[in-house]
Design a protein around this ligand. Structure first.
Ligand SMILES: [Mg+2]
Length: 232
């Protein structure tokens, strides 16, 4: 009898450990916005050099595709399940979400702020195609598209040109004030609140940082892969 109980306990413990092991190894990809918790410190997996290697690998391409598909499915399902809902909106981050800075990172194996800003104002960042297609498709389906970035107002013209010359259609572009000090999530939460105060319902919030997603004012959120850097 004891042997039977020991055996059952062994399998229960094994299943428990495997289950929690999977959870701890899996980053948040999609969840209700209300469940996102802020990260107090940089996750151990974030490393500029190794993160760039991952960003240039087929795994990144797959992970990006899969996570954008989660956002697309949620938006499609929401519209079908709420056919009378009006003023639906999607909020999207820019860098490493819609704009692809890998060409810059590839030639700058050590991050340099001045060089990065020169890259931003050169307005040549290509699009991350899965996100660009998702936003374009959902805009045609009736969602308003609001772009919300940690870039500063001083970069508005370059950023606008970077987007428009690649045929990105959107309904609003929000940048940090030049003198903003504080956490990214404070700025982004306040902008999402302002968007909802205008009368929009933010169905999806998509970004590559937890700070893009934390703070509410969205129904669902999707975290895209980025192991290169962490924005608190
Ligand atoms: Mg970003």
């Amino acid at each position: 009898m004891d042997n039977v109980i020991d055996s059952r306990r062994f399998w229960q413990n094994l299943i428990f450990l495997v289950f929690w092991g999977c959870l701890s190894l899996t980053n948040v990809k999609a969840c209700p916005a209300s469940e996102i918790k802020p990260l107090a410190q940089k996750p151990s997996e974030i490393d500029y050099v190794q993160g760039l290697q991952y960003a240039l690998s087929p795994s990144y391409t797959n992970d990006l595709d899969n996570t954008v598909q989660l956002a697309e499915k949620f938006c499609d399902d929401y519209r079908q399940q709420n056919p009378d809902s009006k003023n639906l909106a999607i909020v999207s981050d820019l860098d490493e979400t819609l704009l692809d800075n890998r060409p810059f990172y590839k030639v700058n194996p050590k991050f340099n702020h001045k060089a990065y800003h020169e890259w931003v104002i050169s307005n040549v960042a290509p699009l991350l195609e899965p996100t660009a297609k998702f936003l374009s498709r959902e805009r045609k389906n009736g969602y308003a598209i609001f772009l919300l970035t940690g870039r500063r107002e001083r970069d508005r013209v370059a950023t606008t040109y970077n987007l428009v010359k690649q045929n990105v259609d959107y309904d609003g572009l929000f940048l940090k004030p030049n003198d903003f000090k504080g956490h990214a999530y404070d700025f982004k939460t306040n902008v999402r609140k302002a968007i909802e105060d205008m009368g929009f319902k933010i169905v999806e919030n998509i970004g590559d940082q937890v700070s893009d997603l934390y703070g509410g004012y969205a129904i669902d959120c999707v975290k895209l892969p980025n192991k290169m850097y962490f924005v608190p």
